[in-house]
Design a binder for this molecule. Structure first.
Ligand code: UGC
Ligand code: NI
Length: 164
């Protein structure tokens, strides 16, 4: 069993895995006669392969309980996947670098603060969505098209995840 303590999510710590989407820490410029600030191009949408196209979906998820036991991670080799909470929901992010295998020593765990979203880069191993505290509603932007875009990798050992 590997015990992981989720650390607060930051853009720098998450950089090897994708982008953090957060209006508080991103540059913006005024549009709409100054009534709106546009936080522009915060994450890269990747849609690879045959007939690939971006999908916009909503996920309504039931909360997980902690400590969370993880027995696998998944990846989307053909596209990125972004999750943005719509009601300041906190969620757990567990990731490992892209590659054909996962070393338990490389697995990282983060917890968001409710105002942050994430965009998993194509191929980044991650736990399936794990919202905390209450039912969550998320805007999800990922890839549709031909081919298998979801690989699962059984973790070499069970990972118990807890908050600090
Ligand atoms: N299956 C699906 O659309 N969601 C997962 O990829 C996930 O990361 O939650
Ligand atoms: Ni996914």
């Amino acid at each position: 069993m590997l015990e992981l303590i989720a650390e607060p999510l930051t853009a720098d710590a998450f950089a090897p895995f994708g982008e953090v989407i957060d209006a508080r820490t991103s540059a913006s410029f005024p549009i709409n006669a100054g009534r709106t600030q546009r936080h522009h191009d915060l994450a890269t949408v990747q849609t690879l392969g045959e007939n690939a196209r971006p999908l916009i979906s909503l996920f309504v998820s039931q909360p997980v309980t902690l400590p969370l036991e993880l027995t696998f991670l998944e990846r989307h080799p053909l596209g990125s996947q972004a999750f943005m909470p719509l009601h300041e929901e906190r969620f757990i992010v567990v990731v490992a670098p892209p590659g054909e295998s996962i070393d338990a020593a490389d697995v990282r765990a983060f917890v968001t603060d409710g105002r942050q979203g994430v965009n998993y880069r194509a191929g980044t191993w991650h736990a399936i969505q794990s919202v905390l505290d209450r039912e969550g509603e998320f805007l999800v932007i990922d890839r549709g098209g031909e081919g298998d875009n979801c690989d699962e990798y059984p973790l070499p050992m069970r990972i118990r995840l807890a908050l600090a």
